[in-house]
Design a protein around this ligand. Structure first.
Ligand code: NIG
Ligand code: FE
Length: 422
């Protein structure tokens, strides 16, 4: 018998989502489930996965959890959020109900700029407090790893303040946090009408400061990557500006992400693939030929259907076509105060099944293994495999499909993060 910290046994099924690379095409339907499964955990790491009959006699565990015939799956990885921000946009929410569109509000100086104002005014402490509350709720809904973007500072000091908050969260919150620099989220008032000048400011003034910050941060010490992102869209950044910004980040050793094809398509998905971006996100209006190009690349297609749902749009990203074309699709909340005040990966999965015709199994792989790869953590989290972090969930039901079948509730009973039962 080997000594170990924790054994979880008697799961109806342990859904491992295991695979050594992102799942693409038909692989997304495979769950790698083990009936009557068990997981052994030591020092925060998964040390064994198998049937309960096999594992129980093998380990002398400090703590044993009987999953009581419920399903066990990996903790969710949310690979696209704007979880740090000041204020809210409940006012715009009501304006949209009365017919204003997201883009009209943005063009009139609301939207991202309204959140920028509140974020600039907020102290580090208050940003930390509000973001912690959001992460607490996300964790209780099963999210154990979260990517967080800057992009509501839009000047050097305020972007660095956001990064400071993100770093502080990673020290204080149980969730694993991955930072993304989104200095090019929109053009701030100081550069109004001059996206080109702001682009050069992002490249020449912000980026070197951000890279300097990263090198001294705990992220760099623990080898958590820093990403660079840009919002390629009307009233934000053109194809050429987006390329310049991402290429400058790449030259500094950052990995590229992109907000692309949310409302208008500028062939920027092709550019993202050509830049070897780790992910291309939104993809709501991406056409068939670019979907094919994306599907044949290593760039993960991140769909954010809570945005479409929240904005009351009829059109969703064609995630079904992406999977069928062989793409590796991931899901994320896009948590932000405007287009998606959404904390729940199960709700995102529920929407993706209903409006994008993904199956429950595809949405689960898209929210775990593939989303881990979308933020460069595919070797550490996202599946129940020996050597990975012990981030797992015991669900309330024995059938994992309740994750997406449940609409608006919390299908997660117990969250285990780094081997700690929360
Ligand atoms: O991913 N589209 C750009 N950025 C966010 C929205 C941010 C906001 O509205 O504050 C998004 O949808
Ligand atoms: Fe976003």
């Amino acid at each position: 018998m080997s000594l170990t910290d924790l054994v979880i046994h008697n799961a109806s099924s342990v859904i491992t989502c295991a695979q050594s690379a992102p799942k693409r095409g038909v692989e997304m339907q495979r769950l790698g489930d083990i009936e009557n499964g068990a997981v052994a955990i030591h020092e925060g790491v998964i040390v064994d996965v198998g049937s309960s009959d096999e594992l129980k006699p093998k380990y002398d565990a400090q703590q044993t959890i009987d999953a009581n015939g419920k399903a066990v799956c990996p903790g969710f990885v949310d690979p696209h959020t704007h979880a740090v921000y000041g204020g809210d946009r409940a006012h715009e929410f009501e304006l949209r109900i009365q017919s204003a569109t997201y883009m009209e509000i943005m063009a009139a100086g609301g939207g991202i700029l309204s959140t920028m104002k509140h974020t600039r005014e907020a102290s580090v402490e208050s940003l930390l407090e509000s973001a912690t509350q959001r992460l607490d709720q996300m964790l209780s809904l099963g999210t154990t790893t979260v990517e967080i973007k800057t992009g509501y500072g839009l000047d050097v000091d305020s972007e660095l303040k956001m990064l400071q908050v993100i770093e502080q969260l990673s020290k204080t919150h149980p969730c694993d946090i991955v930072p993304t620099f989104l200095g090019a989220h929109t053009v701030p008032p100081e550069f109004q009408g001059n996206a080109e000048a702001y682009t050069q400011y992002v490249i020449e003034e912000m980026l070197p400061e951000v890279v300097g910050w990263y090198q001294g941060s705990q992220f760099s010490h623990q080898k958590t990557p820093l990403f660079i992102d840009v919002f390629c869209e009307d009233h934000a950044f053109s194809l050429d500006q987006s390329r310049q910004i991402l290429q400058s980040g790449i030259d500094f050793g950052l990995h590229a992400k992109i907000h692309v094809d949310q409302f208008n398509s500028f062939a920027a998905t092709t550019m993202a693939v050509d830049l070897n971006a780790i992910s291309a996100d939104h993809l709501d209006v991406t056409g068939a030929s670019e979907i094919k190009y994306l599907a044949q690349s290593n760039t993960i297609a991140v769909s954010l259907p809570a945005v479409n749902f929240n904005l009351g749009l009829e059109k969703y990203a064609n995630a079904r076509e992406m999977v069928d074309a062989g793409a590796a699709v991931a899901l994320a909340t896009d948590l932000n105060p405007g287009s998606a005040p959404c904390l729940s990966m199960p709700l995102v999965m529920a929407i993706a099944c209903r409006y994008q015709k993904l199956t429950p199994a595809e949405t689960l792989n898209a929210s775990t293994l593939n989303s881990a790869h979308a933020i460069g953590l595919g070797e550490q989290v996202g599946s129940i495999e020996v050597g990975k972090k012990a981030d797992l969930l015991i669900l309330k039901e024995k059938d994992y499909r309740h994750l997406a079948y449940t609409l608006g509730g919390n299908p997660v009973e117990t969250v285990i993060k780094n081997g700690v039962v929360l």
